[in-house]
Design a protein. Structure first.
Length: 282
């Protein structure tokens, strides 16, 4: 067995994490460091170093975050009631404040024109969860997709299909400053392109703190449409700015993960990554 000579990049780390998740699913959460690293094809020391760099906890501890019942524990222990989050100050640790997000939405009229007259620039960048396709207008990031499960072409077709009348220009150098800052946890401007109901749902998602979760029904309550749980789920799935607007933090009441537009392995990795980092700095 020989260690990979690939550079220590975030996307490379995520590829290792994704393989580890698959092995844990197959072999159970009790795999030893030696067994898990052997299945992945790395030495125990290299594997342990990647985990430490990626999330700050040991592989053994991290396995606990990757198990399927972790979401249920999050729901029991870190459930966020959205209509009281601001009043209690809990949202101070949320993504909106962590990343200093500033956002504005298109007017309903602009949205109805499906992006006509709008130039959207894009590029592909490394992230903690594999390759990320990032799109931006002059006002800010308007699209962020993860390609690990879907592939670049499908991710591009998906995002571009949301604004079919827009002009898309591959310009990674122009998008890079915004993309790299946002993916590293820095300041980010967002330009949200969606229908009014979708915007309300995405606003609610921004109130969920990192390392915490809520339910689709709780989001429906928070936006004043308690019976619209199914519509909320659709709007969560149509969030165009994944991770920055944390749709991965929305779960079913049962604790099941529900769906995730860019693949359930990515959602599970995001929840585990955030929970582990939250615990590491607690």
């Amino acid at each position: 067995m020989t260690d990979s000579l690939a550079p220590e990049r975030p996307a490379y780390h995520y590829a290792i994490i994704a393989r580890a998740l698959a092995e844990i699913d197959a072999g159970g959460p009790g795999l030893s460091l030696e067994d898990l690293s052997a299945r992945i094809g790395l030495s125990p020391a290299h594997f342990q170093r990647i985990f430490s760099q990626w999330v700050g906890v040991s592989p053994k501890r991290y396995q606990q975050y990757l198990t399927l019942d972790h979401a249920r524990r999050l729901l029991a222990e870190r459930f966020t009631v959205l209509d009281t989050a601001l009043a209690t100050g809990l949202s101070g640790a949320g993504r909106l404040h962590d990343l200093f997000l500033r956002w504005e939405a298109m007017s309903p009229g602009d949205f109805a024109r499906a992006g006509a007259g709008l130039e959207i620039r894009w590029g592909v960048f490394p992230s903690p969860f594999g390759e990320a396709l990032v799109m931006a207008t002059p006002r800010g990031i308007c699209g962020l997709a993860f390609c690990a499960e879907t592939g670049r072409e499908a991710a591009m077709a998906d995002l571009a299909g949301r604004w079919p009348a827009a002009r898309f220009v591959e310009a990674p150098a122009d998008v890079a400053p915004m993309a790299e800052a946002a993916l590293a946890g820095g300041a980010a401007d967002l330009h949200l392109i969606g229908a009014p109901f979708q915007i309300k749902v995405w606003e609610a998602l921004l109130r969920i703190p990192s390392g915490h979760v809520t339910t689709y029904s709780e989001i429906a309550q928070a936006i004043g449409h308690p019976a619209a749980v199914r519509a909320v789920g659709t709007a969560v799935g149509r969030n165009p700015v994944s991770f920055l607007i944390p749709c991965h933090r929305a779960l079913r009441k049962s604790g099941a993960l529900g769906g995730y537009h860019w693949g359930l392995p990515v959602k599970r990795a995001m929840l585990a990554w955030e929970a582990a980092r939250t615990d590491a700095i607690a």
